[in-house]
Design a binder for this molecule. Structure first.
Ligand SMILES: NC(=O)c1ccc[n+]([C@@H]2O[C@H](COP(=O)([O-])OP(=O)(O)OC[C@H]3O[C@@H](n4cnc5c(N)ncnc54)[C@H](O)[C@@H]3O)[C@@H](O)[C@H]2O)c1
Length: 481
């Protein structure tokens, strides 16, 4: 069932176990997802408690410091702490006493021993809250999980919560995009409620009423898709599988364009005019990364295997392989531009300095989990090159991942004396960089545009030998150096 809110079809107001006028919400796991949610739902007017096992993270949040880089979040955190609507704790007992609805927002990383999702944090969080409850509550999964997890969570709750309380479970997957997370949470393009009872549905409705009311004042509608558990879980992984496929599709086209002497950016523009294809997510480059798409498409394949339908998702293996090949492609292009042979063990780039612009997996984020930029840096370091990295927000996290790599404090400092510049994350700062000034800083003006985000003709006019991804036609600079 899909309902567009505001709607008159759901009028019943769920009775709140806490007796508060609006549902009190906890967000368990205050990482990229949970901290954004806790802060934005306080902004929407709810009383909110964020919960995490990470003592430092909780101390930082309570002190008004967001531990991640997400535009707009800092101000909202301080504003809502000051308004008395928002607190953070490590104490599950406090969370159980406070909340009507407990959203599970913990990580579900790839297991070390295979492609499946590691559900240990979900288990700890669910047991942590269920065992402390002393009145009825709704436990809502938001983490991205394999289909079937919500049923398992229900069993965990039945085992660990007092059966007389009637604690219920629901699943409401999350679609926020890092870098745009505040807007995505406050103004969602849709919400999905996987529920088994009217009570759970109505309580979820009441818990999102703040964003539905905002939509009304802005003359918008928020579609709400009400489903069973399995569909709600699958919606999320299906969406990510589709997005990953779209990116790998255009990157596969980039491979062909490179071989055929064509330009994938023009190809993408031309096919994107077709409404059935659309323009978005058709930018060829070094591919996708981050804490979601790579591990989600792998966990989806692993779960499909368990369900006996592995063949249905075999294409996702290819999607993953295409994506991985993009990273090595940068090394191949580097060898080509630097006129070093590419042997079976890769090129020898010893004695050459390479400046890398970008560490986070996408702009406007400090998230370096499975970042294509860092994967390329690792590969470049293995060639013997002297690699130096700059990123506007991701350097602290990148330094933890790559303690032996050198980092610079600015684009100019990174570029100084470089024989090659690689742009691997499409930050606005890089897109707007002055190629004339940078050309005066480097040793040789050669650039690999790993995100096809630079204006190749402007860079070529400034004397750069420019290489994009899947853009064989842009090989030659407009003006020779
Ligand atoms: N990051 C995104 O953009 C995004 C978007 C949609 C969905 N998701 C999904 O949301 C989930 C969380 O992702 P994330 O990026 O926020 O991860 P994250 O690693 O940034 O945050 C997870 C948090 O959970 C905490 N945690 C672990 N065990 C806990 C426990 N027992 N009790 C309380 N807290 C605990 C960790 O300390 C950490 O702060 C994942 O399933 C992810 O796939 C993420």
């Amino acid at each position: 069932m899909t309902i567009a809110f505001p709607s008159t079809s759901l009028q019943s107001q769920a009775t709140l176990p806490s007796g508060a006028p609006r549902p009190r919400l906890t967000f368990i796991g205050t990482g990229y997802l949970g901290s954004t949610y806790a802060i934005c739902f306080a902004e929407l007017g709810y009383e909110v408690l964020g919960v995490d096992v990470d003592v430092d993270k909780i101390a930082s949040l309570n002190a008004g410091e967001v531990p991640i880089h997400e535009p707009g979040l800092d101000d909202l955190l301080r504003k809502n702490i000051a308004a008395g609507r928002l607190r953070f704790t490590t104490d599950y007992r406090e969370a159980a006493e406070f909340g009507d609805v407990h959203f599970i927002c913990v990580g579900t990383p790839q297991r070390a021993d295979g492609m499946a999702a590691d559900l240990r944090y979900v288990e700890e969080a669910v047991v942590g809250i269920a065992s402390k409850l002393n009145r009825k509550a709704l436990i809502v999964g938001k983490s991205t999980v394999p289909v079937g997890t919500a049923e398992w969570v229900e069993q965990l709750v039945a085992k660990h919560a007092d059966p007389n309380l009637g604690v219920e479970v629901a699943w409401s997957p999350e679609f926020l995009r890092e870098g745009y997370a505040v807007e995505d949470v406050i103004r969602p393009d849709r919400v999905v409620f996987g529920v088994k009872s009217d009570w759970a549905r109505d309580l979820l409705y009441a818990s999102h009423k703040g964003s539905f009311d905002l939509a009304t004042t802005e003359d918008r509608e928020v579609p709400v898709v009400i489903t069973d558990f399995a569909t709600a879980e699958l919606v999320k992984v299906a969406a990510n599988a589709f997005l990953a496929t779209k990116i790998s599709f255009i990157n596969a086209m980039a491979e062909v364009c490179d071989a055929a002497g064509a330009d994938v950016t023009q190809l993408a523009r031309a096919i994107g005019y077709d409404d059935r294809i659309g323009k978005k997510f058709l930018r060829a480059g070094v591919g996708f990364g981050g804490g979601c798409l790579p591990k989600d498409i792998r966990a989806f394949q692993a779960r499909a295997q368990e369900l006996g339908v592995g063949e249905a998702l075999r294409f996702l293996h290819e999607v993953d392989l295409i994506n991985q090949r993009r990273r090595q492609k940068v090394v191949e292009l580097a060898a080509e531009l630097l006129a070093r042979p590419y042997g079976p063990a890769g090129p020898d780039l010893a004695g050459l300095r390479i400046a890398v612009f970008g560490a986070s997996f996408k702009p406007n984020s400090d998230d370096v989990r499975d970042s294509p930029a860092l994967s390329v840096v690792r590969r470049l370091v293995r060639t013997g090159a002297d690699v130096i990295v700059y990123d506007p927000a991701g350097m602290a996290n990148a330094k933890r991942e790559l303690p032996d790599v050198r980092f610079a404090d600015s684009m100019t400092a990174a570029a100084e004396g470089a024989h090659l510049l690689c742009v691997l994350t499409e930050w606005e700062e890089f897109r707007n960089a002055d190629p004339v000034a940078l050309a005066a800083t480097v040793s040789t003006a050669k650039v690999i545009d790993g995100r096809n985000c630079l204006d190749s003709s402007v860079w070529a006019r400034a004397g750069w030998e420019y290489r994009g991804m899947g853009r064989a036609s842009s090989e030659k600079p407009a003006t020779a150096e």
